[in-house]
Design a protein around this ligand. Structure first.
Ligand code: 17E
Ligand code: FE2
Length: 411
């Protein structure tokens, strides 16, 4: 296959891209078509590596309103309602909802998804289901699974055993929720347990960390210290860290030195952080977003996730990562022109770094031929127009094709 005339990652000079046997084999200014070679005319449009959702909960997706709508919009009511819904989970129920959401995501140019899975259900139904889904969808989308203890590890009966069982069953990542544990001490102990478990089973780590508007929620400093002292570094990810928007600047200044030394990744979930955050404030009302701009400027890796697609925590969501970019850079104060042009990285390369998939991700000769062609010539326009994904190409085949809508104005 030959893709002609595309702006790779918004580069000024258009390129041609050759794909043979599912791999990128040549990328240069002008490539001559071989006999019988399939050609896609890129028409000067934007070619990106596929979108990556670095944080979503596929076990809960599409349960919004069942058994109850979350009318208060708090994280805590979301957890309570999910606690009811989980009692009626079946494997088929989880699989069909997760697959439907994955199809929506694939249609929007995603090829990689990291999903948290609640493992505080003693039956581990959701985990069994998602392990099957991971295998069944692997030709279309790379799915990473995180063992996520929604009720806490030390605050749940058999919490530690369930986490270890999940590790043995084949999750890719060990998760946690230290700010929700009964005590600060439990929070610290849970983080030590998570790090030991990840080391024992050679897993990555991705912790829901300090997702609360409490300036005293300071598990991040513990997680970062563990990442630093164990040398796990960028194998560790802190998700949410919304309390960082409530920390005072003197403490945050001190914290950033540690974060830079620890070299861990951050995932913000822009829409959901705004939606769940500030719920106990009157006015002024906090935005409850981690310090995306300051982290990025300090050279710390940040990506964006969707977190929820129609579930007890968030009634909306459609699998389109451009929505997260739009909200994330708006709320994060990252709307300088060059910042907008570069913002695709939050849902592509930065996310790939967090997921440790860089050896097979990116538009480079020798790597698997995975890429998306957007219906605009650069990312500023693609974001502003919510450009269609004309093609999502996976291992050199057209996984998704979109006909752009055509609008006729009758005047
Ligand atoms: N659970 C949690 O603790 N936090 C979230 N944002 C979601 C589930 C979606
Ligand atoms: Fe989450």
């Amino acid at each position: 296959m030959l893709i002609k005339n595309v702006h790779i990652e918004s580069q000024d000079v258009p390129q041609d891209v050759r794909i043979i046997n599912g791999k990128f084999t040549e990328i240069k200014n002008e490539i001559e078509k071989h006999d019988n070679e399939e050609v896609i005319d890129g028409n000067g449009k934007l070619l990106l590596p596929p979108f990556v959702d670095s944080h979503v909960h596929l076990d809960a997706t599409r349960t919004a309103g069942d058994p109850e709508w979350n009318e208060t919009g708090t994280l805590f009511d979301g957890i309570r309602i999910w606690g009811e819904r989980i009692k009626t989970l079946t494997k088929e129920d989880v699989k069909s909802r997760a697959k439907a959401t994955l199809r929506e995501q694939v249609a929007n140019g995603l090829q990689v998804v990291r999903s948290h899975v609640d493992v505080t259900d003693p039956n581990l139904t959701a985990l069994e289901a998602l392990l099957e889904v991971k295998e069944e969808v692997k030709d279309q989308v790379e799915l990473q699974l995180v063992a996520f203890p929604q009720a806490g590890i030390l605050s749940t009966p058999n919490g530690k055993d369930l986490m270890e069982q999940a590790a043995k069953m084949g999750v890719d990542v060990i998760g946690g929720l230290p700010h929700y544990e009964f005590t600060r001490d439990y929070g610290v102990e849970s983080l030590k347990f998570i790090v030991n478990l990840a080391e024992k089973y050679d897993k990555l780590i991705d912790v829901h960390c300090d997702e609360i508007d409490d300036p005293n929620s300071r598990n991040l400093e513990v997680l970062a210290t563990l990442a630093y002292e164990t040398g796990l570094g960028n194998k560790v990810t802190a998700s949410h860290t919304t309390a960082m928007s409530s920390y005072n600047d003197a403490y945050t200044y001190k914290l950033f030195r540690l974060l830079e030394m620890a070299n861990l990744n951050f995932v913000a979930n822009p829409e959901v952080n705004l939606h769940l955050g500030g719920r106990f404030d009157t006015y002024p009302k906090r935005r409850s977003m981690t310090r995306i701009k300051e982290l990025s400027e300090a050279g710390i890796n940040v990506s964006f996730g969707e977190d929820d697609i129609k579930d007890p925590w968030y009634p909306m969501g459609n699998g389109n990562m451009l929505d997260q970019v739009q909200v994330g850079i708006l709320a994060g104060g990252l709307m300088g022109y060059s910042q907008i042009q570069g913002a695709y990285k939050f849902v592509t390369n930065n996310a790939a770094k967090t997921l440790h998939i860089q050896d097979h991700y990116g538009i480079e000769v020798g790597k698997p031929a995975n890429c998306i062609l957007l219906n605009q010539t650069n990312f500023y326009d693609a974001l502003n127009e919510h450009a269609e994904v004309l093609y999502s190409i996976r291992k050199g085949k057209e996984l998704v094709e979109t006909q752009p809508k055509s609008v006729k104005l009758n005047y």
